[in-house]
Design a protein around this ligand. Structure first.
Ligand code: SF4
Length: 364
């Protein structure tokens, strides 16, 4: 199959559903996706509802804005509040995320200079145009976003732009998957691995899951047939007692990923331990700029430090949602106090968030 329409062909969908049914699963199986786009595809196309009984599709930490911690949100909000002459440039999802001391949207209403951009390059353009201002790009994202941010820093260096810096809150996906396997909270029988992330890191990045944890992995695309085929391939592995790394999304994903993007990551960033919402500290799961790029590192340039959150929204159970421990509907605030218009946590704010997906497509 080559064209998008083919991945939405209902007769093919029926064929795969029949093949899934024919595997004859009666036992409980938990499959987890680690990508917000998968979460939304699964919700949007009603895939959860057509699974055989016992096959549960869990959503994991696949939304970068959602895994950003309250401490980090608070630090940015406080910084923006106290430095109104600094431009804070960020993606749209970030500005609504509530911390315990407010949101970027809130401080913008108070007078802080918070701007929504569509790429790190847009933030650099602001710095080039408004040379009298410092511009901090709030860099949130996984392995997919980090190369573009790194390339933008290189461009800033090349063009001698000295009023531009980034706050690197990037996270790496495989360490979070390891953390999930090490946790005794939730049993995961197979991973639907993220399509976009894997275009960068390559499918070999998941080998440890098969070798150390005997957990099957399938890298899947985002159309309904992609997701269903990925699920079928995972269930087949489980049925046959195999734990392999397979690629359904082979029209885009290779074993080794994108060498150019990987070179940029290696050149610019060092891998560090990082806190994830709901997980706590995950070893070697974050990216910070290397020392030699300290001038472009907003944390160093402005001494931005994390602070203990104030009360915040303790009832929000995003942390449990992100680990697949509960579905959004099990959070007492879902669709009562917490809605996309009045979100209590990032999983409802972000377009990639699990609570937003359930609210939009699976709300009963
Ligand atoms: S429904 Fe709202 S409050 Fe509950 S976990 Fe999701 S984002 Fe948090």
């Amino acid at each position: 199959m080559k064209y998008i329409e083919e991945f939405r062909d209902s007769s093919q969908v029926r064929r795969i559903l029949d093949a899934i049914e024919a595997l004859g699963f009666t036992e409980d199986v938990n499959l987890m996706e680690i990508c917000g786009t998968h979460t939304h595809s699964i919700s949007k196309y009603g895939i959860r509802g057509v699974m055989p009984s016992g096959v549960r599709l869990l959503s994991g930490p696949g939304c970068p804005v959602c895994v950003t911690t309250e401490e980090e949100i608070d630090a940015i909000v406080k910084f923006a509040r106290e430095n109104r002459d600094v431009v804070i440039a960020t993606f749209g999802d970030m500005i609504k995320v509530p911390g315990s001391v407010g949101s970027l949207e809130g401080v913008r209403a108070e007078g802080a200079d918070v701007r929504v951009v569509y790429s790190p390059l847009d933030a650099l353009k602001i710095a080039i145009k408004e040379t009298e201002k410092e511009v901090v790009f709030c860099a949130v994202g996984f392995e997919t976003t980090a190369p573009a941010v790194g390339a933008t820093v290189l461009k800033a260096i090349e063009q001698g732009v000295d009023n531009f810096s980034i706050l690197s809150l990037h996270r790496l996906t495989p360490p979070a998957m390891r953390a999930l396997m090490e946790s005794s909270d939730v049993r995961i029988d197979g991973f639907i691995c993220p399509g976009h992330v894997t275009t960068i890191i390559g499918s070999v990045a998941y080998r440890f899951l098969a070798e150390q944890y005997r957990t099957p992995c399938v890298v899947a695309g985002f159309e309904p047939l992609d997701a269903l085929l990925g699920i079928y391939m995972l269930l087949k592995q489980i049925k046959e007692g195999r734990a392999d790394i397979e690629v359904e999304y082979s029209r885009v994903v290779t074993a080794d990923g994108n060498p150019k993007a990987k070179r940029i990551l290696e050149r610019l960033f060092k891998v560090v331990d990082a806190d994830w919402r709901g997980f706590g500290l995950v070893p070697m799961s974050g990216l910070k700029l290397k020392e030699e790029f300290y001038l472009y590192d907003a944390e160093k340039r402005f001494y931005i430090r994390r602070v203990e959150p104030e009360d915040g929204s303790p009832e929000c159970r995003c942390g449990d949602v992100l680990r697949g421990l509960i579905t959004p509907e099990e959070c007492p605030l879902f669709n009562t106090i917490c809605t996309p218009e009045s979100p209590r946590g990032p999983c409802m704010v972000s377009t990639e968030g699990t609570c937003a997906a359930y609210y939009r497509y699976e709300r009963r």
